[in-house]
Design a protein around this ligand. Sequence first.
Ligand SMILES: Cc1ncc(COP(=O)(O)O)c(C=O)c1O
Length: 399
Amino acid sequence: MRKVLSKSVASISPSATTSTASLASKMKREGIDIISFAVGEPDFDTPDHIKEAAIKAIKEGFTKYTDVSGIPELRKAVAEKFQRENGVTYEEDEIVITNGGKQALYEVFRAICEEGDEVLLPTPCWVSYTEQIKLTGAKPIFFATKEENNFRLTLEEVTKNYNPRVKAFIINSPNNPTGSVIEEDELKKIVSFLINRDVYLITDEVYEHLIYDGKKHVSVASLGEQEKQMSITVNSVSKTYAMTGWRVGYVAGPKEIIKGINKLQGHATGNVNSIAQKAVIAALRGTQEPLHKMVQEYTRRRDYMVNRLNQIEGLKCQNPDGAFYTFPNVTALYGKKYDGNIINNDLEVAKFFLEKAHVAVVPGVAFNYPGYVRFVFAKSMEEIKEGLNRIEQAIAELV
Ligand SMILES: Cc1ncc(COP(=O)(O)O)c(C=O)c1O
């Protein structure tokens, strides 16, 4: 019989974050009371003024196809946002509105990568980069950031791993799954190392506003004209405005690349939902008060979670600078036993948490960084407290 799947699709793995979440949902459907720290999305509702803009768009019949790259008014609002928040000047034809940051990244890789290219990817890294890169025929080259540096990227790590086949380099700051934020000085050094090496810097800034302790987010494109020409900036409203389901992201970069992405999107999906585009204009131009409140609340939850995790024997957790994740080291649990099972790795730690504490987390191996698990703190304080109580109890019962 003919093989059904293409080689490229057969070679990719399903998203590990979604598969852990679906196992947890299955247990929930079976009536088990699961607390899930597995899915990376805000527990807050989309602010009202954003919803109202969408309702207005529907009532006014704004329900037809739009320009593939997004309605001009939204691209203008995004350009204003880049100017206001990041200090970068982008023209409207240097921006494409996409179906989330996810599609933006996929289209970037499709637009610039091919067989034989290599893409430098610091780990731990978000699950989809690897598979998206593989789909283009290019090869991800992983290198590890260090727990003792709070997973912050360093120039030394970049220079050690660079080679002339490298076409692109990914920076994700604040990072998923560690929350680490790259230091401005280090970022400048890395950029000056790469600047004359014909490398694109793909900077995934979807967590730029979820940042704590006065830390500062710096966009590579803001560092100068040459830096702007080498960088492709990906962003999204999903995490910033609690709009994960609306599916709106955007990408900004050199005109040639943006043109290519536009062609690709025109054939693949066409424009982003017209109603959601109107809502995003309200999100970008409207009050930022709900965002500030969310950040305050995330800070409170982060402080609580990190503190509690570090009090539980066998877990060791850094203090994340941003995003809404903690990434504790769980290797001290290896070799311990429960119900006749021995815990040998982070996958088995996650399985143990799910089976014995009814708590879902994502194993570090999903982020190319075994030995750790990822907890999401975009959950209510009650759920965080209860989930950590359960984990503490389950670990205390290990032999
Ligand atoms: C680092 C990172 N980039 C991009 C995305 C894509 O988000 P969205 O497609 O909802 O904009 C995510 C979502 O989890 C993420 O964690």
